[in-house]
Design a protein around this ligand. Structure first.
Ligand code: SF4
Length: 291
């Protein structure tokens, strides 16, 4: 009875049982994230996880480390504030396609443009699961959701293309079936300087997969096995996901680019002061604009 699972160290037991449906891919995504955090070698007090709202947004609440469950679409700006207040922290944002790419879409592209030093993990199940399975920004054309009963008629975003075109330094995509590759990729993203994005394609058997007659969570994982193709270095413009089409997975982007703080320091030189590096932050002098 005293045996412990290796991941227990990072799970808040008082929050268990979790709210996720049977067959949902989120448990696997959380397990991969925990493994990558444990394998990263970064002390837990130097990391924190930020999430937004939605089924994926619950991840932050289940993690026994510094974690923040923020408002809808605001995980990235919250994380940006944490990063700028304390750049020594490694910050991981983990949230869903609706939260990050719809209401949070503007924050996503601007954080990528600035190359803010953080890792964004987007669990993409192509719909708004928590609020009833509505169509979202990544719902493939023709797919059924509760708001598109005759099939979606809006062009979706392709997350890797959006991330790469906006300036992300690292972009990868895996399915919830690829747990080992996913864990390795999350580890790379965590250690990458700059804005790194990992998209995880994940089953939502209760809503999206049921409405599209794709079977149970296990059936969806089988379809990932049959339909996903690894193409490292694939052009992000050519990895869009289409209804019932192949899913291109792999590492698409891994480039070096100055981060937001690199450019701030380059521009301001000695005028750039980091308050927390001073012995007494109360007496920090902020340079005036005309200095
Ligand atoms: S609604 Fe979908 S995404 Fe949300 S917990 Fe259930 S299966 Fe998972």
């Amino acid at each position: 009875m005293n045996e412990r699972h290796p991941m227990d160290q990072l799970l808040r037991e008082d929050r268990i049982p979790h709210i996720w449906c049977s067959g949902c891919g989120l448990g696997t995504c959380l397990a991969a994230l925990i493994s990558s955090i444990q394998e990263s070698g970064i002390p837990l007090d130097k990391m924190c996880v930020v999430s937004g709202i939605g089924c994926t947004g619950r991840v932050a609440g289940y993690l026994k480390m510094d974690s923040f469950h923020t408002t809808h679409g605001r995980a990235i700006p919250f994380a940006a504030g944490l990063h700028l207040a304390n750049p020594s922290l490694k910050i991981i944002v983990v949230s869903g396609d609706g939260d990050l790419i719809a209401i949070g879409g503007n924050h996503f592209i601007h954080a990528a443009r600035r190359n803010l030093d953080m890792t964004v993990v987007c669990v993409n199940n192509f719909n708004y699961g928590m609020t009833g399975g509505q169509g979202g920004p990544t719902t493939p054309l023709g797919s059924r959701t509760t708001t598109t009963p005759y099939g979606n008629y809006e062009f979706p975003f392709s997350i890797p293309y959006l991330a790469a075109a906006s300036g992300a330094s690292y972009v990868a995509r895996w399915t919830a079936l690829d747990t080992r590759r996913l864990t390795k990729s999350l580890g790379e993203a965590i250690h990458k300087r700059g804005f790194s994005v990992v998209e995880i394609i994940s089953p939502c058997p209760t809503l999206f997969n049921r409405l599209n007659k794709q079977g149970t969570g296990l059936d969806v994982l089988r379809s990932y096995q049959q339909n996903s193709v690894i193409q490292h270095g694939a052009d992000p413009a050519k990895v869009a996901i289409e209804k019932d089409g192949k899913i291109i997975v792999g590492k698409f982007v891994d480039i070096e680019r100055p981060t937001f703080l690199d450019l701030v320091k380059e521009r301001l030189g000695d005028k750039f002061k980091i308050p927390w590096e001073k012995p007494d932050p109360v007496h920090v002098t902020v340079p005036s604009a005309d200095e």
